[in-house]
Ligand binder design. Structure first.
Ligand code: MG
Length: 376
C-alpha cells in the first residue's frame, strides 16, 4: 500500500502572534511545520501545501526530508485539492490530510487511521465532547445543549486516494475539513479515537502546551566521564584548555588535560562511543604530546554527525592545588570555544578532597564530568 500525506500549511494567519504564520514559528527548538513533517516522514510520501510567498521558507524548513512543496489556493479546500492533484501522476493508494498546526500528532494515531482505511473509504480521529455545551450572548448563558453524539474533529483525515480526489473535484463551495468534502460525495467516514495531545496550535498559549508535549518526547542522552593524572616535573598544568602556572606538571601521553579528558569521555559516553582511548589509542605515537582540544573537538563533531546538539557540560576538578577559582571563568570560555556552544552551557567548578586520598596528598588531579546531548 502506498500512502501519501498532504500537510496543509497554506494559511498565513498570525492569530498566534509573531511576525510570521504559526507553522513557521519555532516550538521546542524547531519550526512547527518541521515537527509535523518529521512525524509523517517514516510512513508516507510527503506533500507540503504552502502559500506561494512561503515557498522558500518551506524549502528551508523541509531541508533533508523528501518533501514535495506545492502551492496552495485561496481556501483550505482549494489547497487540499492542489495537493491531491500533485499526486495524480503517481497515485498512492491512501492519502492522509493533516493540519500543519498539529505537530504533536503521534505515530500511533497515524497508524490507527491507516488501519481503519482497510474497511472504510474514509477514517478520521475525533474526541467525544465531554464538557456541557451552552450557547451564550453578551456574557450570559442563553441555552444548554445535549452533547450526546457530538465530537471534536482532528486530523489526519485519511481516505482512499482515488475516492477523495473524485470527491474534491466534484465539490463546490467551501468546507470546514475533508470529512465534509467526503461526506458530500457519499463516502463513509469511520471515527478513530483521537488524542488530547493532538492539539491544534491556534493561540499563543498553545505554543507552551505543544512545547511541553514535544519536549517530553525528546531524545536526550546523558554521559559521564572521569579521569586522573599524576603530578610530575614541570612548571604548569593544562586544565580545561587553560595553561595554569604550577610548580609541578601533570604526566600523560597527551598534554594531560584531565578536565578536557573527563568532558570528552562524558560526550563519548552519551553517544555510547567508548572513550578517548578507543578513538585516540595511547599506543599510537601520533597522539604523543597531543593538545587535548583535539579529542574534545572530535567528540563534538561525532555528536553533531549523529544528530545531537550539546545541551550542556559540567566538569568538577578535584585537587588541593592549584586553586581553580581564579581560572574557572577562563576555563568555561575556553571549553565553550572548543565545543562551539554558548558559555552559559559550560560549567567548571572545583573541590578539594579534604586532604584525603591521592588528591588530598597532592599526588595528582582528578576530574569528573557530565554531558547532556539532545537530538536536533
Ligand atoms: Mg586522561
Amino acid at each position: 500500500m502506498q500512502t501519501a500525506a498532504i500537510i496543509v500549511a497554506a494559511g498565513r494567519g498570525t492569530r498566534a502572534g509573531g511576525p510570521v504564520a504559526k507553522q513557521w514559528q519555532s516550538v521546542a527548538g524547531r519550526p512547527v511545520a518541521r515537527w509535523t513533517l518529521e512525524v509523517f516522514a517514516p510512513v508516507a510520501q510527503l506533500i507540503l501545501v504552502v502559500h506561494p510567498e512561503d515557498s522558500a521558507r518551506a524549502a528551508a524548513v523541509a531541508q533533508g526530508l523528501d518533501v514535495t512543496i506545492v502551492e496552495g489556493g485561496a481556501t483550505r479546500d482549494a489547497s487540499v485539492r492542489a495537493g491531491l492533484e500533485a499526486l495524480s501522476a503517481a497515485a498512492p493508494d491512501l492519502v492522509l490530510i493533516h493540519d500543519v498546526a498539529r505537530p504533536c500528532v503521534s505515530r500511533g494515531l497515524i497508524d490507527r487511521v491507516i488501519a481503519a482505511l482497510a474497511t472504510s473509504p474514509g477514517a478520521a480521529p475525533a474526541l467525544a465532547v465531554t464538557d456541557a455545551l451552552w450557547s451564550g450572548a453578551d456574557g450570559q448563558v442563553t441555552g444548554t445543549h445535549d452533547r450526546a453524539g457530538l465530537y471534536r474533529a482532528q486530523t489526519p483525515q485519511g481516505f482512499r486516494y482515488a475516492e477523495i480526489l473524485a470527491a474534491h473535484r466534484a465539490h463546490t463551495g467551501g468546507a470546514a475539513d475533508d470529512v465534509e468534502v467526503a461526506r458530500a460525495s457519499g463516502l463513509d467516514v469511520a471515527i478513530v479515537p483521537g488524542e488530547e495531545r493532538n492539539l491544534k496550535i491556534t493561540g499563543p498559549e498553545d505554543f507552551a502546551r505543544a512545547a511541553t508535549l514535544l519536549e517530553t518526547g525528546m531524545d536526550i542522552r546523558l554521559g559521564n566521564g572521569f579521569d586522573v593524572h599524576r603530578f610530575g616535573p614541570g612548571d604548569h598544568v593544562m586544565l580545561c584548555g587553560v595553561r595554569v602556572p604550577h610548580p609541578r606538571g601533570l604526566v600523560g601521553h597527551s598534554d594531560a588535560d584531565v578536565g578536557l579528558h573527563a568532558v570528552t569521555d562524558a560526550l563519548y559516553g552519551a553517544l555510547a562511543e567508548g572513550d578517548i582511548g578507543r578513538h585516540f589509542p595511547p599506543s599510537d605515537p601520533q597522539w604523543k604530546g597531543a593538545e587535548s582540544h583535539v579529542f574534545l573537538r572530535h567528540a563534538c563533531k561525532l555528536a553533531r554527525e549523529k544528530g545531537f546538539a550539546i545541551s550542556n557540560v559540567d566538569c568538577t576538578l578535584i585537587c588541593e592545588q592549584p586553586k581553580i577559582g581564579p581560572h574557572a571563568e577562563a576555563m568555561m570560555q575556553a571549553m565553550a570555544a572548543i565545543m562551539d556552544v554558548a558559555p552559559d552551557r559550560v560549567s567548571v567548578k572545583a573541590t578539594t578532597s579534604e586532604r584525603l586520598g591521592f588528591t588530598g596528598r597532592e599526588e595528582g588531579i582528578a576530574a569528573l564530568a557530565t554531558a547532556t546531548l539532545v537530538a536536533s
